[in-house]
Every structure is written in structure tokens, then in C-alpha cells.
Design a binder for this molecule. Sequence first.
Ligand SMILES: [Cu+2]
Length: 458
Amino acid sequence: MSKDDRSVLSWLAFVAALAALSVAIFGLKDNGSSSGSAAGGGGGAKPTVNVTLKDFAFEPATITIPTGGATLHLMNGGQAPHNFKVAELGITSIDISAGASYDLNIPATPAGTYKVICPQPGHEGAGMVGSLVVSDSASGDGGSAGGTPTTTPPTAGHDASSNSAMDARMLAAAQLFPAKTAGHGGDLAKYTVAADGYKEFVVEAKVVDWEVEPGKIVKAWTYNGVVPAPEIHVTSGDKVRIIFKNSLPQSTSLHFHGIQVPNVMDGVDPYTEAPTTPGGEHIYEFTAKGPAVGIYHSHHNAQEQIPNGMFGALTIDEIPTPQVLIDKGYPEKPTKSVNMVLNDAGVIGLSLNGKSFPATEPYTIRVGQTMLVNYMNEGLLVHPMHMHQPLGWIIAKDGVPLITPMPTDTLLIAPGERYTVLYKGVEPGVWAWHCHILTHAETADGMRYMVTALIVER
Ligand SMILES: [Cu+2]
């Protein structure tokens, strides 16, 4: 995969535009007027009060400080960036990102109750409203201490506020895409050429920490520490040797799904070989016969080992662009070739290439360029994968080129199936690309799981 897959400037621009739009809609653009924030430098007597910013609330909702001022230690315990604003006092913190904290200085202030909001677009509407009570009488939680204009959460009607809360949650979720997570799977596997001419790949099964989405770290069962495993790509006629090591706490075996190999190399223990026990090794050898769009995965306790992450693409040669599409103006070779491995179970769960939205990877092509996608379903369920645009052409099923390509915008892929689809960029834009079983793509808190985007640039 090329670097520009991950250069997502257009998408970021799109997200920024979306954010700007919502700022315009909500009219919450904050004009600064931030107070001094003597982050901790404030000299003696001022107390420090801890406030946690959540999605979408202040905790506590009523913050009591003395008239002499205080330092508010603001901690963002949510997923979205938050801010702390007291409009009446002209005080605004900086934007505090998820997990970060900030000390906000509140100077000496007349007694009273002041409304606090988060000025991030939509957050006030989502209920992120609190009160700052300035009082010398009550040092406890004196919620009703002041006599001045109390501002409790404004409501524009029950439905309206819960609806705007939902919109705000969805916006916050969308703005996280593409979220950074540790680890990237599916990159090309390295090999060495042995003295006898074999291409040698080392594949080690092991359990590692894997970040499926921001902050969701699971004990994944992997090949070489990534999900999906590195793609093994070879050419017809290549002699292939896989030196397989088992560093799992369980026995396992390695099967080459959709690849023509001798029976004794099929990896089906206990029939074609003995299981490879923890700490053990097994050598697999075959001569590559292509084209093939296959998978290497476990064939031992597979209903658990595979969804937990033990799968990787194994491809031989390339699926050629059909003449009928070349005649329609498709380039002979795709600009980009992508494996899209679907999963829905085990510790990884609903995911595309080992990641769940917003941590899924967006892909970029230009108008006129083509992207070839090998869909591979390693989960336990069927998934109808839907590309909003452009229209795709199915050019191979299970690695066998079709005599006549078939158009698709929604393609049902069953467990174990592989489909090869060619997409040609036509209309510029950021196009949603997701499983169309809607509970695999969305929640009431916004898009999740099996969702990514194809970015078509001019
Ligand atoms: Cu699905």
C-alpha cells in the first residue's frame, strides 16, 4: 500500500469543512476572550478544584469556588476534544484533547452563579452545561448558594435536546476518523531466497496487544504480530517455503485457503499433519500456481483462532483487467491494489483489516485511476459491502477471473469467499464504504465498525 493511502488530507479537509459548517449552524464560534490561565503559577491561597470533562457533561455539574478565585484542574475524560467556557466572565480554556488536562485560572470574581458550557460545536446542545457558583458562604457543594441568575441546562424541549445530543455524538464520532491507532496489518511480507531457490517466509503465530480502535486494546492472536498478517505475494512458478513457528499457548496448524498445494501441505491437523504444539515448528512448501487470491489462516480451533486475528492474504500473480473494461477506458493495470479482510468475531470483532471505525484506513485514488480490491471474509457472518461510488466490476470470484465481469455497488461476501472488484474513480469526493448490515456500520452514537472511505481526487 502506498503512502498516500494514509495521507488523508482531503478527508481531513472534508472533516474540517464539516466542523466549520456545524460551527456556523450552531453559532458557537468562540472568539477567544480567553482569560489568563496562570497554569499552576498562581501563587498561594487559591484552591484547586478538579473538574472532569466528559462526553457530554461536566463533573461535577456545579462547581463551587470562593470569590478570591481558584484554579480549575480540567481533565478530559471523554473521547472528543472539550473546552470550558464561562461567557459572562469572558473566560475560555484552550481546547483540551481526549485524555489531556489543563489548569484554568479563575480570577477574583463577584459572588453569583455563572453558566458554564463546552463551546465545541454541538456540545452545549448535547447537555454539556454546568454552573460555576462563586460564593464565600458555602464551601461545600453549595449548589443553591447564590441568589443571582441560576442557569440550569436550557431545554428546547425534550425531543429537541435529545436529538441534538445525538447529532453531537455523531459529529464527535465522525470527526475522529481516521483515528490513529498503534499497529498496521496487511503490509507485504518480506522473504529471503534460500540456496535451493525457494522464497522463504517466516511466519510466527503469537499473541500480542492489538489496538482495534482508539483505546480498545485486545489480546490478538496473530501471525507476526499484526492483523491482518503480512500479505504473502508470489508469482506463478515460485517455489515457496513457509517456516512456521508456534508461539501460542495452544496447538495450531496453517492452512492455505484457495491455494493449490499438495494434500500433505493443506494444514488440516490431525489428518494431513500433526498439530504444531506450543513452541513447535512446521515447514510448508509448495510451487505457486496462479492467479490466486487466497488466505493463510489457522485450521485448528479455527472458530476461535481465526476471528482472534490469525489470517492474512496470500496472493499469486495479479487478476488481469478484463479486455471488456479496457475497451471501456479502464487502464490495463490498477493504480492501487487493496486487500479488504472482513471480520466480526473473536477479540477483534466487527472490523475491516483488523481495525474498527474510526480507526479504519481510508484509501485514495484520482479520477480515471483504478483500485483493485480483494474482499476476503474471515468472519462468521455474511457482509454486504457497499461502495457509495464509484460503481465496481467484479472481475474474479475466489481468485478465478470471470468470463464476463459483473457490476456491483453492494456485494454479499460469505465467510471464506473472496471477490476481486475493480473500481474506477469518476466523481471526486469522499465516498462512504461500509458493510450494509446496518448494525455492523452504525450505532446511535454514530458510525462504527465496518466503515471506511474511498477518497476520489481530481
Ligand atoms: Cu457486516
